[in-house]
Design a protein around this ligand. Structure first.
Ligand SMILES: O=C(O)CCC(=O)C(=O)O
Ligand SMILES: [Fe+2]
Length: 392
């Protein structure tokens, strides 16, 4: 269920280099944020936890099918870039408005003066505007609703920052930067007819994960590396939504080959913000939240005992209306990065230290804790909860 889009678009934080609009109405913040996990898991602590979980599962009549090794296997893979082709039919309508306004360069209308040439030496060169100022209100609301629906259901983010629209012609681009202070996920929705383009460049480029943690472990002096070994290039295909982890250094490859705005790179971009649980179904939100919290507090204690991870992981829980139990937990978005070095400093054995094992241990604690949550029954059917957890 989506409420009016205007209440879910949040103004940029003070330190935002894109700052422009005053902050609009905020939803009450109910972010469930575990304290940064510190310490390490001793074998005894892990065994105790396992015994507790076994008892819990027995009490619930669930089969005890977890093997020791399985408990450390990753339940989802980290995804620092997600692409969603054919995102929404609204993209074509937005593109049509842009084309109509640029159609006749000799015809002067008010809307032609809505653009800001944003130039920060050696960093940002592009033409930008706010989608809310540029598009008719109803069309803008449709765009915001489509983004919010994706954010709520797939990421557990309940708001977005004001949507930017930018076009890139000859000489435009963005140099490497990180902008995670806006929110845990950045997005780019392309309005560029990519196939027939006349320019070069224009891909979103994102540094690859192996450069940021374990570069020297995988480095081989006898093997050369080139651009595509170092960065992930994401082509902004028309109507593709690209969602990425803005903690990764990223930018836009310089565009060259056209000075015509209609033939350049055109994108809508911004951030998904306000990670907090989203409830879809008959359970009243406040009540469901209380029951969720009851399962989360012991989980945070268990997570404290594991090596540190940072990032966001979002889960979908299905709560049975008939029994009030959780029948399914699936992982949706996952940008968790393990910090094995922190665990090594704490003297953990090397076998436990690879990032997959740490991520796996964290995911198992999360899944098992959520499967053990109990909610009120509801005759009106199941409730689906999207739950994001932010590790800082
Ligand atoms: O347009 C893109 O591909 C990336 C945009 C971006 O990183 C930003 O606006 O901060
Ligand atoms: Fe960015």
């Amino acid at each position: 269920m989506l409420s009016s889009s205007s209440t879910r678009v949040l103004g940029p934080p003070a330190k935002c280099p894109h700052s422009l609009l005053p902050a609009t109405c905020k939803l009450p913040l109910r972010r469930l944020q575990p304290p940064a996990a510190v310490g390490f898991s001793s074998k005894a602590a892990a065994q105790k936890r396992k015994r507790q979980q076994q008892r819990q599962r027995k009490r619930q009549g669930k089969a005890d099918d977890d093997e020791d090794d399985a408990e450390l296997t990753e339940l989802s893979k980290a995804q620092h870039v997600i692409t969603v082709p054919d995102f929404s039919p609204v993209s074509q309508q937005l593109r049509d408005v842009f084309d109509e306004r640029f159609q006749d360069p000799r015809h002067t209308t008010q809307e032609r003066f809505l653009w800001d040439y944003w130039y920060v030496k050696d960093q940002y060169t592009l033409h930008r505007t706010q989608a809310s100022a540029y598009f008719p209100e109803q069309l803008h609301s449709q765009l915001v609703d489509a983004l919010l629906e994706y954010g709520e259901k797939q990421l557990g983010c309940r708001a977005i920052s004001p949507v930017w629209m930018s076009y890139y012609i000859d000489g435009c681009g963005q140099d490497l930067h990180c902008d995670s202070f806006h929110g845990p996920f950045a997005y780019v929705l392309s309005l560029t007819p990519w196939e027939g383009r006349v320019f070069t460049g224009g891909e979103t480029q994102i540094l690859q994960p192996q450069l940021l943690g374990s570069f020297w472990q995988s480095f081989s002096p006898g093997k050369g590396l080139e651009l595509t070994d170092l960065v992930t290039l994401v082509e902004p295909r028309f109507n593709q939504l690209t969602v990425f982890d803005p903690r990764f250094p990223h930018g836009v490859r310089p565009v060259a080959g056209t000075r015509d705005p209609q033939k350049g790179r055109l994108v809508l971009h911004g951030w998904f913000t306000e990670p907090s649980p989203f409830f879809d179904g008959p359970l009243p939100e406040e009540e469901a939240l209380q029951h969720l919290n009851a399962a989360l507090f012991p989980m945070f204690d268990q997570l404290q005992a594991l090596p540190q991870v940072t990032g966001t992981i979002s889960m979908q829980l299905r709560v049975s209306g008939e029994t009030g139990t959780v029948t399914d937990v699936t992982f949706l978005a996952d940008t968790l990065v393990a910090l094995p070095a922190a665990a090594a400093d704490l003297g953990l054995g090397s076998g436990l230290l690879d990032s997959g094992t740490i991520r796996g241990a964290v995911q198992h604690v999360i899944r098992d804790s959520l499967m053990a949550a109990e909610f009120p029954e509801s005759e009106e059917g199941d409730t689906v909860i999207t739950l994001p957890l932010v590790f800082e």
